[in-house]
Design a binder for this molecule. Structure first.
Ligand code: PEP
Length: 254
């Protein structure tokens, strides 16, 4: 059966010192509060902090380490880049791929993302693969065909075994960092659609077992309502993951 996950994407925020303080607050709060047994927490800090933050996390505990990106090649002359194998060597378990900011600002397309997915899986890591429509696409009533194409071109080339490692994140671009959240009905409608697409591309069991996260201005106030939807299995959290109290409230929203 699928897991519930709350993942915090810090993006390019926080100094190392701020990051360590935040992690220690989160770990204390998560230890203090009774966490639902079926929730996994992922922290995705900036790459330079991964190793030290990983060391603060208890092995086998509820908090896991995630990276925000990786290069598609295993190693070589790619100045400034970080490989999936290197991430694995410092204790990373999850890698966010296909975030709309990377698609937009770094021109990451389906072809490149397919290569990155393969690299992440080959290194034994789990991708959190993001898809989501723009406001223009939603207003043109083309959301479902747009998302179907993103899934088809970006993700469904994976084998059954590979796909079993994937977490999908639905992140409507119009809701990211804007304070505009999708309503729980809008999120549920899309998540159910994604699950249906997975069932068609793979099978019903794969669809049932896939964790599908919602991302886009999720916060301590709206998380409970979003997570109560049958096909919403948690959240990919940006802004609210930078405040320990808010993030912990979200974790407790199951
Ligand atoms: C994100 O960037 O993945 C995200 C969901 O950001 P925010 O929560 O700030 O909208």
């Amino acid at each position: 059966m699928r897991k519930n996950i709350v993942a915090g994407n810090w993006k390019m925020n926080m100094t190392y010192q701020d990051g360590l303080a935040l992690v220690s607050e989160i770990t204390n709060m998560v230890a203090d509060e009774t966490l639902a047994a079926n929730v996994e927490v992922v922290l995705a800090p900036p790459a330079p902090f991964l190793h030290s933050i990983g060391k603060l996390l208890v092995a086998g505990g509820p908090i896991h380490l995630g990276a925000q990106n990786c290069h598609q090649k295993e190693s070589g002359a790619y100045t400034g880049e970080v490989s999936a194998k290197q991430l694995h060597s410092v204790g990373v378990e999850y890698v966010i791929l296909g975030h709309s900011e990377r698609r937009q600002y770094f021109r990451e397309d389906d072809e490149l993302l397919s290569q990155k997915l393969k690299a992440v899986l080959a290194a034994g890591l789990k991708p959190i693969f993001c898809i989501g429509e723009s406001l223009e696409t939603r207003e043109a009533d083309e959301t479902f065909e747009y998302l179907a194409a993103q899934l088809q071109n970006g993700l469904f080339h994976l084998s059954n075994e590979e796909f079993a490692q994937v977490v999908v994140a639905y992140e409507p671009i119009w809701a990211i960092g804007t304070g505009k959240t999708a309503t729980s009905q809008q999120a549920q409608e899309v998540h159910a659609f994604i699950r249906e697409q997975i069932a068609r591309a793979y099978d019903a069991e794969a669809a049932l077992n896939t964790t599908i996260l919602y991302g886009g201005s999720a916060n301590a106030q709206n998380a409970r309502e979003l997570f109560s939807q049958p096909d919403v299995d948690g959240g990919l959290i940006g802004g609210a993951s930078l405040k320990s109290r808010d993030f912990t409230e979200i974790i407790k929203s199951f």
